[in-house]
Ligand binder design. Structure first.
Ligand code: GTP
Ligand code: MG
Length: 606
């Protein structure tokens, strides 16, 4: 582990140089409340008991880091979508015969129907939201075209690729597969046909017996007349009949067995559950289109030289899917409302997140990308192999902090290849959390899943809003409770997936419940899947006076957590406490942000 976050080389913080800041005027901004709602964590309640302090930024000129509340970019965002997908049905086969001069009854030449289009899904870079899909709701692939005369096959239906952001989880909720339904209907029709065949056999036997005993033809005829109407051919609904067929031809029509056909694309088994946490190199099949019908030449035989039928295209599958986006940021900001998360995101990235001096300014997650380059004093990450050392590590060259060894981390490096330099990492800024967020109070719970997948958690604490230690503890408590709740949910889902219905696909009442042979889910939720992540605290608004003591207390507490004298603030056992640091910053002045980048890179390496 590299050394703890080194001290800043820039002079800016009031508790480092109090005299510089003592003279700041304490003028609250008129018309804007600086207090937080009553429900906000007890940590913020403390601030109301304190003497009024200059929490507003009237003295600071409007800038990119202190923008007016109207200066922000709106981006449509949805992290959940329910969609119905319909694969394309197959086109029907064609009934046609060659017609030429001097050839009145030419051979059959109906083309096959085209196959229906498939529906695929692909996780791609550059997509950040599911709002387009949420609005679209129904997605259809193209239907195969019907075959034509002169053996011309129908065109294939168009495929559809649903592009989703990386981090999307896809779950199948419902599926209607016409092939399964048809299978059931076929077996029912076949049953009826067998019963009828039995009746016919009995009638014939009776007729033969009566002929032998000399009862006479009339009794046999009567027996025949007692027979019910013959049932329809079990596959009759799968055929298209020649419209010009006479009723006699229709009555004498004997339909053949359908040939067994290989599917080009195998329909994935239910239930589909995909976790698209990396960009998909190629689209993944969700719903396969129906097979196209066969033209009448397929049914030509010695007994049937001119088949007056072709087959219909297969009806296609219909599925209901639930998409859930868990943004895959490297760092997740967690903080109380109005702590300064969005300002910090603006300071670290080119984000234009909305900033305002009231709680819940941010209503949807913002993602910012920190670009590491040499031009703006940001550290650059070079593969260590380039400086003659282990190829699995890289080095940050940073004027302020010297060189720190950092591994190649997120860059997807093949074994044997030189590691790629880390060029950027992403940060998710989510709406503020309030006490009871895990019980769905406030807005936070909805969005905690976006930080659930972050590699590093950064707790943004407003040094001017009361006891920072209390704030860290209350935030971690919410996150810990949320983590346990999620583990519980996951366990329930796993249990329900273990149970399946096994039947013969014919008689639905004759199935039985089976429990799949999957590993038993973990018995007790621990919350460790979040609590084991590396984390640190960003103590912001350090430019405001009288924040020094608060920061010092926070630092002492975090040192105690690191040394094991204090438990992890979430009280989760075996949680990450290797090196809990607090970095003082003033986001509004853009001061201290390089230290955040530096420390993030160190933690990303863990
Ligand atoms: N003095 C000072 N004010 C700051 C600093 N950072 C943010 N602020 C102010 O604090 C207020 C809240 O900032 P935001 O960035 O909107 O806070 P937030 O945490 O994103 O708030 P929510 O989105 O509501 O959760 C704004 O008025 C900022 O100008 C800082 O470093 N120093
Ligand atoms: Mg915000």
């Amino acid at each position: 582990m590299p050394p703890r976050c080194p001290p800043a080389s820039v002079v800016f913080l009031p508790f480092l140089y109090p005299a510089l800041f003592r003279s700041l005027p304490r003028v609250p901004r008129a018309g804007l409340s600086t207090s937080t709602p009553a429900s906000i964590s007890s940590a913020t309640e403390d601030s109301r008991d304190r003497p009024e302090s200059p929490t507003t930024n009237d003295t600071i000129p409007i800038s990119r880091l202190n923008p007016s509340p109207d200066d922000y970019a709106i981006s449509s965002f949805a992290d959940k979508a329910k969609i119905t997908i319909l694969a394309g049905g197959g086109g029907h086969g064609c009934i046609s015969f060659l017609r030429e001069a001097f050839l009145a009854n030419g051979p059959a030449n109906g083309g096959d129907g085209g196959h229906g289009g498939n529906i695929y899904i692909q996780a791609v870079q550059g997509e950040n939201s599911l709002h387009k899909l949420a609005r679209r709701r129904i997605i259809r692939a193209g239907r195969g075209k019907t075959g034509q005369g002169s053996n011309r096959g129908g065109a294939r239906g168009e495929d559809v690729i649903i592009q989703v952001p990386i981090g999307t989880v896809v779950r199948e909720i419902d599926r209607i597969d016409p092939m399964v339904e048809e299978n059931v209907l076929y077996h029912q029709a076949r049953e009826k046909e067998r019963e009828y065949e039995k009746l016919v056999r009995e009638a014939e036997a009776a007729a033969r017996a009566s002929e032998e005993t000399g009862i006479g033809e009339s009794t046999a005829l009567r027996l025949n007349m007692d027979l019910p109407e013959p049932p329809e051919h079990p596959n009759a609904h799968k055929f298209v009949l020649y419209p010009g067929m006479s009723s006699g031809e229709r009555r004498n029509l004997s339909l053949p067995r359908l040939p067994i056909r290989e599917r080009l694309f195998a329909q994935p088994d239910p239930p589909i559950h995909l976790d698209l946490s990396v960009a998909s190199p190629r689209p993944i099949l969700l719903a396969a289109g129906g097979l196209g019908g066969l033209g009448n030449p397929h049914f030509v035989s010695k007994d049937r030289p001119r088949p007056l039928f072709a087959t219909k295209g297969e009806r296609a599958i219909r599925m209901q899917l639930e998409l859930e986006l868990k943004l895959l940021a490297d760092v997740g900001f967690v903080g109380l409302p109005n702590a300064g998360k969005s300002t910090l995101l603006r300071a670290l990235t080119r984000s234009r997140a909305r900033v305002g001096n009231w709680a819940f300014t941010t209503l949807q997650p913002n993602i910012g990308t920190v670009v590491l380059d040499n031009h703006k004093g940001r550290p650059i990450v070079k593969p260590k192999s380039a400086v003659g050392s282990s190829p699995s590590h890289s080095v940050i060259h940073d004027a302020t902090f010297g060189s720190v060894v950092v591994s190649k981390q997120h860059s997807q490096v093949q074994i044997g290849e030189a590691p790629e330099p880390l060029k950027r990492f992403t940060i998710a800024d989510i709406p503020g959390l309030i006490e009871g967020a895990h019980l769905d109070r406030g807005l936070g719970i909805e969005f905690l899943r976006h930080v659930e997948r972050a590699s590093v958690l950064a707790f943004v604490i407003d040094l001017n809003a009361g006891d920072a230690v209390k704030a860290v503890k209350s935030l971690w408590t919410e996150v810990g409770l949320y983590a346990r709740m999620r583990e519980d949910e996951e366990r329930e889902r796993e249990t329900s997936e273990r149970i399946d219905w096994q039947g013969d696909g014919v008689n639905l009442a004759r199935g039985r419940m089976v429990v799949a042979d999957l590993p038993e889910p973990v018995t007790q939720p621990t919350g460790l899947h979040i609590a084991s992540k590396p984390w640190f605290v960003i103590a912001t608004k350090g430019d405001l006076p009288e924040t020094e003591e608060n920061f010092n207390n926070l630092k002492t507490y975090l040192d105690a957590v690191t040394d094991g004298k204090e438990p992890h603030p979430s009280n989760v056992e075996h949680a990450w406490t290797e090196d809990c640091v607090a970095i003082p910053v003033s986001a509004i002045h853009g001061q201290g942000v390089d230290r955040i980048i530096h420390w993030t890179l160190v933690l990303l390496d863990d």
